[in-house]
Write a protein that binds this ligand. Structure first.
Ligand SMILES: Cc1cc2nc3c(=O)[nH]c(=O)nc-3n(C[C@H](O)[C@H](O)[C@H](O)COP(=O)(O)OP(=O)(O)OC[C@H]3O[C@@H](n4cnc5c(N)ncnc54)[C@H](O)[C@@H]3O)c2cc1C
Length: 364
């Protein structure tokens, strides 16, 4: 018999992962108390994997959101000479698309819609404390306290919750910064993404819709300092030298945002009655466009274990150990993949060149 507290969950963090987790847990009948810092929705664009999109459909996001997604059917990957390329195709992988591009604002609108346009998230003060009693997790605020069976932290890569409960963290600094913005382009190319593994940077060009692409440019420190000192026109000129064969008349149309790049691995994804989900549990290089997908898979696995219905209290160690075991391989594989790819390309390996000479994945 589930008691009142066992049905209560506190979520900290109102990014996409916190919001999607809230929706999933609410659909299972849990009572959610949700806290966040700010509710500024950015204008980021994410590449979602087909399996993430399938799960979002099952979660019941409105159809207008799925209509707003744009498909990526192929991705052309270049080495630093910009002459040799390998093309990955959705058809070869027998998938309808390699990925779907989603805008954060459309995402947020769709989620808000399912919350009846009212999110009811509370603002978390900076001086909160977390305590644990035998069968309760307690979020202590200056003038009140909230009790639940578990606190789930979705408060991002620099998680304060993780810091407060002292979960050890290893951070690998890539000494790179990602510059991200939108670019208006004149081109016939649609549904194709590009990735350039250059000497001083990795440039990803992802189609948003006809005439608009998203740029994620992961730059080594010196190159970033140089780019950051340039005006938009000069950055457009730099870009034209790389993507000029594919896109003409390019123009930066959004604010440029920058993100320092590192990889976080945590010693454990839970401690006592506190669980880390999304970027608070793992933060990876954005080159593979997988961070959000990894967080969505956290929620999918949590849902699977909840659906088995053989637990009494999701805050208990037994439940959380099952979840941790289920997530371990996927999370560490994705970390190794991005770490490895970054290492290979930062050593200026000619791997793409060699693949091309052998005739694998010839440019189409
Ligand atoms: C340049 C770039 C491009 C990317 N592209 C892709 C992509 O194409 N595909 C993909 O899958 N992933 C991509 N990612 C990764 C993706 O952005 C993240 O994995 C994802 O946004 C993580 O979501 P989250 O909700 O876990 O964390 P966040 O988005 O960081 O949200 C954290 C939330 O917690 C709140 N918060 C923070 N501190 C506190 C506090 N003390 N108290 C209360 N609330 C707090 C914040 O206000 C925020 O609402 C990219 C990342 C970068 C940097």
């Amino acid at each position: 018999m589930v008691n009142d507290i066992q049905n209560k969950i506190i979520i900290v963090g109102g990014g996409l992962i916190g919001e999607l987790l809230h929706m999933m847990l609410k659909s299972k009948g849990f009572e959610i108390n949700h806290f966040t810092k700010d509710s500024n929705v950015k204008n980021r664009t994410f590449a979602l994997s087909p399996s993430s999109v399938d799960w979002l459909r099952s979660l019941g996001l409105p159809s207008i959101f799925f209509e707003s997604l744009s498909e990526i059917k192929s991705m052309k990957i270049f080495d630093s000479s910009i002459k040799n390329s390998v093309t990955l195709n959705a058809d070869d992988a027998q998938k309808p698309a390699l990925a779907y591009m989603a805008n954060e604002k459309d995402f947020d609108e769709a989620i808000k819609n399912t919350f009846n346009n009212k999110k009811n998230f509370k603002k978390l003060p900076t001086d909160f404390e977390i305590q644990k009693k035998q069968d309760q997790a307690i979020l202590k605020l200056p003038n009140e306290e909230h009790i639940a069976s578990i606190i789930i932290a979705c408060d991002g890569a620099n998680s304060k919750v993780r810091e407060k409960i002292a979960i050890d963290l290893r951070r690998h600094n890539f000494n790179q910064t990602a510059l991200s913005f939108e670019l208006k382009v004149n081109t016939e190319i649609q549904k194709q993404a590009f990735q350039f593994f250059l000497k001083e940077s990795i440039l990803a060009v992802l189609p948003i819709r006809q005439g608009l692409v998203s740029i994620v440019w992961s730059c080594n420190s010196n190159f970033f300092t140089k780019l950051n000192g340039l005006d938009d026109k000069s950055i457009e000129n730099e870009l034209s030298q790389i993507i000029g064969n594919y896109y003409k008349d390019i123009k930066i149309t959004s604010k440029k945002e920058s993100f320092p790049l590192f990889m976080n691995s945590v010693e454990s994804i839970f401690k006592d009655r506190v669980l880390l989900v999304g970027d608070s549990a793992h933060f990876i290089h954005p080159m593979a466009g997988q961070g959000l997908n990894l967080g969505i898979r956290d929620i999918i696995f949590l849902e699977k274990i909840i659906d088995r219905k053989n637990y009494l209290d999701i805050g208990l160690r037994g439940f959380l150990r099952k979840y941790e075991r289920a997530r371990k391989e996927d999370v560490s594989q994705m970390g190794f993949l991005t770490l490895g790819l970054n290492w290979i390309f930062s050593k200026k390996s000619s791997i793409v060149t060699r693949c091309d000479r052998k005739g694998y994945g010839r440019a189409r």
